[in-house]
Ligand binder design. Sequence first.
Ligand SMILES: NC(=O)c1ccc[n+]([C@@H]2O[C@H](COP(=O)([O-])OP(=O)(O)OC[C@H]3O[C@@H](n4cnc5c(N)ncnc54)[C@H](O)[C@@H]3O)[C@@H](O)[C@H]2O)c1
Length: 345
Amino acid sequence: MMISRNASSLQVSSDGLRALAETIFRKRGVPKKDAVLVADILIEANLRGHDSHGVIRIPNWIKGLDCGALKSVCQPSVVRDKGATALIHGDYGLGPVVAKKATDLVLQKAKNFGVGVVSVRKASHIGILQYYSQWLAEKGVIGIVVTNTEPGVAPFGSRQQILGTNPLTISVPSEGAPYLVDMSTSVAARGKIVNALERGESIPEGWAIDGEGNPTTNPTEALKGALLPAGGAKGSALAIMIDFLAGGLAGGSVGTKVSGTMNTDQEITKGDMFLAIDPGSIGSKRRFVGCVEELASEIHNSQPLPGTEMVLMPGEFERIQKKKNLKNGIDITEKLLTEIQKLAE
Ligand SMILES: NC(=O)c1ccc[n+]([C@@H]2O[C@H](COP(=O)([O-])OP(=O)(O)OC[C@H]3O[C@@H](n4cnc5c(N)ncnc54)[C@H](O)[C@@H]3O)[C@@H](O)[C@H]2O)c1
């Protein structure tokens, strides 16, 4: 494994880290193709600049396997299938393994019916949502994915952790790589606070409040208090609706009863929803892609603010990060590398 070092962290080659991740899951009896998939989504998170959802998640996912709450070999099954809709029972599998099955099924439905909606229950953390929506957009359909997570976010006006970081991704086909948004409905993903804690760093103002409801930049206090919703009342409302779409539709839980994303040793009550729309069924796919390119061009050619080099389309941030990280290596702490190397022994 290629490793270089700067003052505060290590830069590890993505191939080396990928092989390490695969070994860890293989050692727990995860079938090879599933271990490859799980390692890929974790490494993609690191490569795309979402370290909060990269290899830092391995110890927690392994905890779920080691305590028996999650199964190394799972048999997800379609328990309801009606026209364009379906429900998958994840059989307590690793989230990406079940999510891949849901993504394949929703694509098939969108091709057959113009639209597909697949809900998933009893599958663990599915990682970065854009992995699935982007794959759908690469196949020519619009991909939308939501999930709900353990309480950590205060609804607008409250100081209590009621909502999850309930993320949403939408990817659209374009002439090149899909454009995509992928965001928690909190100001930042909870994992970014855990990451800051791990690195001994403070968090930016406006991300969280402490247990008393006061603004804090201290990650420990933030985890005791609550994350703030993105965009105030709007992000809060979006998170509430995602709870219904993800947990509610799948027959899972909402609000404070949600578990199974971070708490890998507990019963899974979270849910996921995968939605795919074939633009060619509603109108002309060529015209749709034309619209995407037209707006992308207007945005790229717009006048940047002073200090901004280039105005980006959503998803381009990730592409820039990936190019940089493929070249320079993935930045992780020595403590994390040692911890995951031990898990591979
Ligand atoms: N599976 C789960 O339970 C779960 C829960 C929460 C978050 N997540 C994942 O965590 C990841 C991180 O979420 P987040 O909310 O911290 O994301 P973020 O705030 O880093 O990014 C949100 C969006 O903003 C865009 N963006 C970011 N920086 C940009 C810049 N400088 N210029 C232009 N666009 C920019 C990104 O392309 C992205 O679409 C996501 O992949 C999400 O799916 C997963």
